[in-house]
Design a protein around this ligand. Sequence first.
Ligand code: PLP
Length: 361
Amino acid sequence: MAGPTPLPSILEITPYKGGEAPKNGQKLSSNENPLGFSPDVRAALERASVHLETYPDGHATALREAIAGTYGLDAGRIVCAAGSDEIFALLGRAYLSPGDNIVQSRHGFLVYSLIAQQAGAKVISAPETDLRADVDAILDSVTDRTRIVFLANPNNPTGTYLPSDEVRRLHSGLREDILLVLDGAYAEYVRRNDYSCGFELAGEAPNVVITRTFSKVHGLAALRLGWAFGPAAVIDVINRVRGPFNVSALAQAAGIAAIGDTAFVNASVDHNTGELARLCSGLAGKGRDIAPSVCNFLLIRFQGGPPAAARADDFLRERGLYLRRLEAYGLPDSLRLSVGTRQANTAVLEAFEAIDDRMPA
Ligand SMILES: Cc1ncc(COP(=O)(O)O)c(C=O)c1O
């Protein structure tokens, strides 16, 4: 017997492969927080663990209020989910039909295309300029079947960003029936005066949604917690399609504690700023190009092409340093390195010195 048949497009999906978690060695492949998470979260989790028999607040009210208070937003226009990945999936479920398309930049975050494929929608990838999203190319890629434009800003895996005037230009070139999703997973790390994650735009436009996550600067990737801010009508739609208890009580309690611990967030960002600069200057040159990252990771491009990237990756793994290969992103000549602890970063710099001696690319 043939068994049940899924939607045809589902079988075309290549399942997402996360960064490898080595038993021994440094995981520098998933852009996690090398400082861990706030001690306030540990205490909050203990308190929240006392009553696991009761369902959580299905509206994550206290968490939405904590987020709203932190960023000066309207809590009624925030929805929480099991990671920002779940928000993308909910948007896909609500707004995409077979034959529609999404537009993203050439090296956009992989999950967007998975969401499109789940719905039977096509993925249009707009060319980038110097590994940066190109507003004109994105606008040129839009068709009458485009329903969502996804922009990770800053973008993973390139680490590059668009300044807010460029994001506004992108928005003003889109039809109002196209949803612009601005994914600010790494927003906290960006220290540029011309950057904004887009709260203002999402506050005033009927078709802009901002997504944010607790997985990165708050160090809570294991708990799965993200949120979206956007027009009341879009938030209402997400609330209709999400599961009634999609965010666990533990994640809600942890999120409230994490967002309240600004000292931990600041320490994480400070660590990242210093270490990113140290890595960038230490790794540049010697047959390698470093994309200008504003995040907690950086893209190393090997002038020797895919064989040089593969050789470097093998060499680093032998030394217990696990970076991310980027074939799935169409960047087989590159590796993505997450900023680690000071000690791990020093080990990476030393290993790259040795690679250079052994096998100039
Ligand atoms: C650009 C981008 N958006 C979203 C996510 C997913 O975040 P979450 O853990 O909230 O699902 C990631 C994770 O790597 C990311 O790089």
